[in-house]
Design a protein around this ligand. Structure first.
Ligand code: 13P
Length: 346
């Protein structure tokens, strides 16, 4: 094993260190503008995107529960008001900078409405560039939708193949790949169907990772939790969600993988935390069970800030509160009472 391989294994383990998880702040400019537009009084500008990220990255003490922050191409090149580049600012807080390297989910040729994630062109060179800018890890998200006729084997396999190509290139270039095959919550499907599709998807992903020589010790898996579709009348409680999700993962994810960092996928802040708590309460798993939340860490800070300088401190407190609750859920020591405790990271 060469020194670089050891280095990325260490990085992967550090990203899932006890009590810590990842902030996914890698929304594309278009997605971020949509989220800003919902809370601002005026149409968002690039400066609003930067201001919100500055607010999140300067929240003092976030490093107690946040190990890494995933950035978008625009963000990794931006700086705080005092001129400190964002990657440097995060590193000072003890938070590793990461980078989203896919270029989005595009219509899959000769399919009816399914998507394949793109971004492999020039990826080797972009990885080298991002390393120079301070990135230590990367993310690529594939989306698998559930519908009457979906997903097809074709869609699952091409997405798995691309995820593995991305992961191999990251490891070659010295970045830890976060492998994110997201089975979407949208729809009225049952929890059984979600479990079945998540199982099929993960099997295809791990076959592709093996075929393409990806070192499992130096990746993190970022899956969805096993949940009923958001329009399904029958929703599971936290215990069932936890046991179904773990059953599915235990059948497919090799013990060599150091950590599983869930996405929140549209769950409420508190549900995302309660589900992580319930899984860690079960305990005894071969991998660390952590979070890599976007909305479940940022939605409340964003709605609190609303573009007003006067709200920066309370928005940061809202972020620290979510980070603290999710940090506790990592150890299985979260309780809903923590939601009402003063918002400060200890
Ligand atoms: P959510 O937690 O909002 O699903 O975002 C996580 C993410 O990184 C999606 O790619």
């Amino acid at each position: 094993m060469n020194a670089e391989q050891i280095d990325i294994e260490e990085t992967a383990r550090a990203l899932v260190a006890d009590g810590k998880g990842i902030l996914a702040a890698d929304e594309s400019s278009g997605t971020m503008d949509k989220r800003l537009d919902a809370v601002l009084d005026v149409p968002p500008t690039g400066e609003d995107r930067r201001d919100f990220r500055e607010l999140m990255f300067t929240a003092e003490g976030a490093g107690a529960h946040i190990s890494g922050a995933i950035l978008y191409d625009e963000t990794i090149r931006q700086s705080a008001t005092d001129g400190t580049p964002f990657p440097e600012l995060l590193a000072h807080q003890g938070i590793m900078p990461g980078i989203k390297v896919d270029t989005g989910a595009k219509p899959l040729a000769r399919s009816h409405g399914e998507k394949v994630t793109e971004g492999l062109d020039g990826l080797r060179e972009r990885i080298a560039d991002y390393r120079e800018l301070g990135a230590r890890f990367a993310k690529w998200r594939a989306v698998i939708a559930i519908g009457d006729e979906h997903p097809t084997r074709y869609c699952i396999d091409v997405n798995a193949h691309a995820l593995a190509r991305y992961a191999a290139l990251c490891q070659e270039g010295g970045l830890v790949p976060i492998v994110e095959p997201e089975v979407l919550m949208d729809g009225s499907h049952t929890i059984d169907r979600c479990e079945e599709v998540t199982d099929l998807t993960l099997r295809s992903v791990f076959t592709a990772l093996r075929d393409q020589r990806v070192a499992l010790e130096a990746i993190l898996l970022k899956p969805n939790m096993v949940l009923a579709g958001s329009d399904c009348a029958q929703q599971a409680g936290a215990e069932e969600t936890a046991s179904r999700t773990l059953r599915c993962l235990r059948r497919v994810v090799p013990a060599a993988v150091p950590g599983i960092v869930f996405l929140s996928g549209g769950q409420s802040d508190e549900a995302a935390t309660a589900h992580l708590q319930a899984m860690n309460e079960i305990g005894g798993q071969p991998w660390e069970l952590s979070f890599s939340y976007g909305r479940a860490l940022q939605a409340t800070p964003l709605a609190t800030w609303r573009g007003q300088e006067a709200n920066v401190a309370s928005a940061q407190a809202a972020y620290l509160q979510r980070a603290k609750c999710n940090g506790a859920a990592r150890a299985g020591s979260y309780s809903p009472d923590m939601e009402r405790e003063p918002a400060a990271v200890d």
